[in-house]
Design a binder for this molecule. Sequence first.
Ligand code: AMP
Length: 418
Amino acid sequence: MAFQQNSRGGRPNQGRPQGGGRSFGGNRSGGGRPGGGRRGGGNRGPAKKFIHPSKFINKAVAKADEIPYASKHKFADFPFGAQLHHNVASKGYETPSAIQDQAIPHIIEGKDVIGLANTGTGKTAAFLLPIIERQSGITLRPSVLIMAPTRELAQQIDEQFRVFARGLDLYSTLVVGGVNIDRQIRDLKRRPHFIIGTPGRLKDLMRRNVLQLKNMTTLVLDEADRMLDMGFLPDIREIVNEMPKERQTLFFSATITPEIQALVNTFLTDPETVSVRTSETSEHVEQDVIEARDKMHKVELLEDLLKQDAYDKVLIFGETKFGVQRLSDHLDNVGIPSAAIHGNKNQSQRQRALKQFKDNRVKVLVATDVAARGLDIPNVSHVINFDTPQTYEDYTHRIGRTGRGGARGHAHTFIEQR
Ligand code: AMP
């Protein structure tokens, strides 16, 4: 299985203008050249940066050309108890991924670790497994706090936790916004070992004195760069300030900006850095651009693509919550069932949409960047950038949803002709 991604320069490719003429929800406000200004109703802060369309083009490398990561360790080499080894094997993991191979030995020793890794690298198990091992025998609870940027990511971490902790008498509570807080308060009173959540709700519970942080031995910040992008920094600081200074801190991020570095300097002590972040783009994702005259034309071209059988699990990215919902409604209206996830949906609506897509009940999921961040959706055949991303970083995150686990993926980016 190939977890690593490699960098590769873009090569210009042919666009493929074609298509007929149907209407799209009555809105004809074209706008948005590649890298152009922001559209109204956006849900993100910084202005859109220009990205040259050639960066959206890449001929995928044949799988045979990829050099798989040569792991130095086998799972058997890690000093885990028998039950944990059993749980790893029953999850089907045979060889550690690069981040697991390199981070687990440090974490198991109790060191602080900075993990530079994208989603899809196996970073969740890289932190969960050694922490679970280190928790056995700990009597003061709760002892581990894991913070993630989105509800869905937190939930996925919790799901993995439950598999890895099976039979170990370790319990977790998921603490995220958008769902009833009373149930979470009840769960927290039972003092679980692991608390997994998003910063906003965690802060809320801390202020209500329900979340006790004084016995915490371990803090994990997952996708820290994304949490900062989403404006969670004040919440994170407030929470971390309540934790003991003597603790183990694990910090995962796809990027290191000066702001991130400043956070690392305040939160971590003498950390080890593990980087598996080799990529600017995914080598095994076939990437091209599709030129369209305007927004209406994009919709027509999109419909043509989605009618093809090869497009069997398609993740479409739009820029705004409103635009994403409108596109999803439109696809439903023209007989292409889809689900949508974005910030205007509540937690159970988002979960339902994600499940429909994961279970292949709809073949199309339309999403905003923020809502899709970190989601583990296997076998996405195509990523389509209906709107160009804000930054190239967002682009690589988006297309990282396809071509996972060594499979060949496809990404199309719509650009509007000048
Ligand atoms: P993550 O980067 O943690 O979101 O993991 C991405 C996907 O890879 C998830 O579906 C994991 O279950 C899977 N995965 C993680 N580690 C391994 C491994 N060592 N072997 C096989 N699959 C793995």
